[in-house]
Write a protein that binds this ligand. Structure first.
Ligand SMILES: N[C@@H](CCC(=O)N[C@@H](CS)C(=O)NCC(=O)O)C(=O)O
Length: 290
């Protein structure tokens, strides 16, 4: 690979609209709302504004798991936020998440609505609210939170680094793909070694650490992300594969993956979820007759 660069950065960076490649229409160097937009509010205590990406799926899996445990207070309305259309820059959404990214949660069960943004914070909030999927014993709790925060810190290298340069960037840059493929494989090995010694990431029990990691690294292991399964030889991570399959067998994980999903089989897409029965009656194949 040549060490010369065709690009010399100018003294001061300026924004050229369109330099974001596939996401040029939504990427901006400033924060804040671009337009006034009210968000819909449904009948349930929890209002989720999201999309079925790995970060969104963490929360819908958690909510479906809580409901499966019998926590009726976890009933939720899941509204679709179309990030490609810029819905995350609407005024009501920005009031819930000033960072303009899905997922965003509004808990309306108390006297004053509580906003929660950042998928990791949402998982901890829900786990504490319902006393589930987050151990209380200090050592187990520390292990669970360590893996949860590992995910939050690591996945941007997978998504924003590897995924972006391998699948989305308008030019294939060998240096960038090499750098992030190496880091992604290192992360897969971190997980594989942990799962060689432990059934789940936090220990013997399924926790929010697994719920956070599964949509990203389980998804990568199962070939759902970036068309990169062969490139990264994901089948070699045997312990990760076992863990990903085990979680994928959980009905709540299967339901969670369907919510706010806008790609794949029409029967797997439940654009909005307002009722448990929606999984049977409101998937896109049923709504469109497809
Ligand atoms: N650290 C955040 C990341 C959220 C995130 O990156 N969301 C993406 C979709 S997966 C998004 O909303 N992107 C829209 C944008 O960047 O404008 C979290 O875990 O909640």
């Amino acid at each position: 690979m040549s060490s010369s660069s065709e690009y010399t950065p100018p003294t001061v960076w300026t924004w050229k609209q369109g330099n974001g490649g596939r996401f040029a229409n939504i990427n901006r160097p400033i924060a804040g709302a671009t337009h006034q937009k009210e968000l819909p509010v449904g009948k349930h205590p929890l209002q989720l504004y999201s999309l079925g990406t790995p970060n969104g799926v963490k929360v819908t899996v958690m909510l479906e798991e809580l409901l499966a445990l019998g926590h009726s207070g976890a009933e939720y309305d899941a509204w679709l936020i179309k990030i490609g259309d810029g819905d995350q820059f609407g005024s009501d959404f920005v009031a819930i998440n000033p960072n303009s990214k899905i997922p965003a949660l509004l808990d309306r069960s108390g006297p004053k609505p509580i906003r929660v943004f950042e998928s990791g914070a949402i998982l901890v909030y829900l786990a504490e609210k319902f006393g589930a999927f987050l151990p209380t014993e200090p050592a187990a709790r520390a292990e669970c939170l360590s893996w949860l925060f590992w995910q939050m810190g690591s996945a941007p290298y997978l998504g924003g680094g590897f995924g972006h340069f391998y699948a989305y960037a308008p030019v294939k840059i060998e240096y960038a793909i090499d750098r992030f493929a190496m880091e992604t494989k290192r992360q897969l090995d971190v997980l594989d070694r942990r799962l060689a010694e432990s059934e789940y990431l936090g220990g013997a029990d399924y926790t929010i650490a697994d719920i956070a990691v599964w949509p990203w690294y389980g998804g990568l292991a199962k070939g759902w992300l970036y068309g990169a399964a062969e490139f990264l030889q994901v089948q070699d991570y045997k312990n990760l594969q076992r863990w990903a399959d085990r979680i994928g067998d959980r009905p709540a994980a299967q339901r969670g993956r369907m919510v706010n999903r806008v790609q794949g089989d029409l029967s797997s897409q439940l654009h909005e979820r307002h009722d448990a029965a929606d999984f049977e009656t409101k998937t896109q194949d049923k709504l469109t007759g497809g």
